[in-house]
Design a protein around this ligand. Structure first.
Ligand code: 5GP
Ligand code: MN
Length: 429
């Protein structure tokens, strides 16, 4: 029977794997796993000489010793020691290399487990590793495969929350149960999102809008799905906490997830501003508002990430927005203005959002935690400059193009006589 030989290195050590071309995928993976001396929960990553991740499967391209692949083991969190602030770096911020690579779903589940371990939730709340894995798997299953509100968005938001917890040293300021609530809320906050926002749900009179009487239909649904997962014994990570603790956790998660409805943005931000000057970590009302602010910040924090990470996320968001406005047009529903592909461009979408939503929110959080300025305000200001420049460039391009397209002379355009279709689009914020 024909066999394949694959050459690779593990920790610089040359290895080779030989298997029949008809070998089952799992056997090929196991071969690599034993070569790497990896544990059953560890994740294996195989890179080609160009540094691209390739799939470990029977279809692997055979190679030669001088063009060998590189095998890497991503340790599972299950057995690892708490990694503390170091991990916050890797998982949260300044992630020069790690954050820029695209995590795969299985790795994401491991990283999420590591966060629970690292924040001592496993030990404190007696969470069995299999139950945590099952919970995360259910969560993964119940995020939809849509451009933006998918499992990877859930990870980004959770990663940001985790990073914020470490950077602000929240462990010394708040109860561990509040941190557990925040991390779990971040993970669950967009469960079963369909890619159409609340305005659409309400206008299209969807099942969700009917069920929740137009009151935050999506967020109510994300929350209900969360507790549906937690109702099952096998995936209830809170099954060993006391009834009082469960009650507090449930209340907290509901509060946090419902706070992600952006129509409540001003209400929540105003509340935070009003308590900021006398903020007291011993005051439950104050802590509740802070928890809502932290999940909101995490939820809309893409622009605080390096540009190479943030920009593709914006493309995904706009893709989802455009899908919705297309559907609205087709179905004769009111078109959500900030989603209209005929009116919105990347820079026009971001400059307004950053100026009027992101920065005002982030600045208030940084008032309470000045150390965050560097991590979340600076990159967002840079993003604003970047999109402002892009907006100007697009505007110039449009003006240069307009005379030819409309058969006008430049001079006529310059005196602002035209009502070319694009002209009405420049004020869409
Ligand atoms: P989510 O739907 O993720 O729970 O809530 C966040 C909402 O804020 C998104 O649906 C989207 O409307 C808005 N949002 C988040 N990040 C951005 C962004 O970078 N740009 C724009 N224009 N809107 C954003
Ligand atoms: Mn979200």
């Amino acid at each position: 029977m024909a066999t394949k030989i694959i050459y690779f290195t593990v920790n610089g050590r040359p290895e080779q794997a030989e298997f029949p071309v008809t070998c089952p995928a799992q056997d090929v993976k196991d071969l690599f796993r034993s070569a790497a001396e990896a544990g059953p929960h560890d994740i294996l990553k195989l890179y080609n000489p160009k540094g691209n991740i390739i799939n470990i499967s029977p279809n692997l391209e055979p190679n030669k010793p001088n063009t060998c692949y590189k095998l890497e083991v991503v340790a599972s969190g299950c057995n690892s020691e708490p990694l503390g602030v170091e991990l916050a770096g890797a998982l949260g911020f300044d992630l020069s290399s790690m954050e820029k690579r695209q995590w795969e779903d299985a790795e994401i589940m491991v990283l999420l487990q590591v966060m629970y371990t690292d924040l001592d939730f496993i030990a404190t709340y007696n969470i069995e590793p299999e139950v945590l894995q099952q919970f995360l798997f259910e969560v993964y299953r119940r995020y939809n495969n849509i451009p933006f509100h998918n499992f990877k968005h859930c990870f980004c938001v959770t990663q940001m929350m985790y990073g914020l917890i470490w950077l602000t040293d929240l462990r010394s300021k708040m109860d561990s149960i509040d941190l557990l609530i925040m991390l779990t809320s971040a993970i669950c906050h967009d469960l079963d999102h369909t890619g159409y926002n609340n305005a659409y749900q309400i206008n299209a009179r969807t099942e969700l809008a009917l069920r929740y009487n137009d009151i935050s239909p999506l967020e109510n649904h994300h929350c209900a799905v969360t507790f549906d997962i937690l109702e099952k014994k096998e995936s209830n990570i809170f099954r060993n906490v006391s009834p009082d603790q469960y009650k507090r956790i449930r209340e907290g998660i509901i509060k946090c997830i419902l706070a992600t409805d952006m129509t409540r943005h001003n209400e929540i931000l105003s509340k935070f501003k009003s308590i900021l000057s006398s903020f007291d970590f011993d005051n439950k009302d104050h802590r509740d508002v802070l928890m809502m602010i932290l999940i909101k910040v995490s939820d809309i924090s893409n622009e605080a990430r390096p540009m190479e990470v943030a920009e593709p996320w914006l493309d995904c968001l706009l893709q989802e927005f455009y899908n919705q406005s297309d559907a609205e047009k087709l179905e004769g529903l009111p078109v959500t203005p900030f989603m209209d592909r005929d009116k919105i461009t990347k820079p026009s979408s971001q400059t307004g959002f950053i100026r009027f939503v992101l920065l005002p929110l982030f600045i208030e959080l940084a008032n309470l935690f000045p150390c965050l300025e560097l991590h979340i305000i600076d990159p967002v200001r840079k993003a604003l400059d970047y999109y402002t420049e892009m907006e100007k460039a697009l505007e110039r391009e449009k003006q240069n193009r307009a005379p030819c397209e409309n058969g006008f002379k430049g001079k006529e355009i310059a005196v602002g006589q035209t009502s070319a279709p694009e002209a009405s689009n420049s004020d869409t914020q």
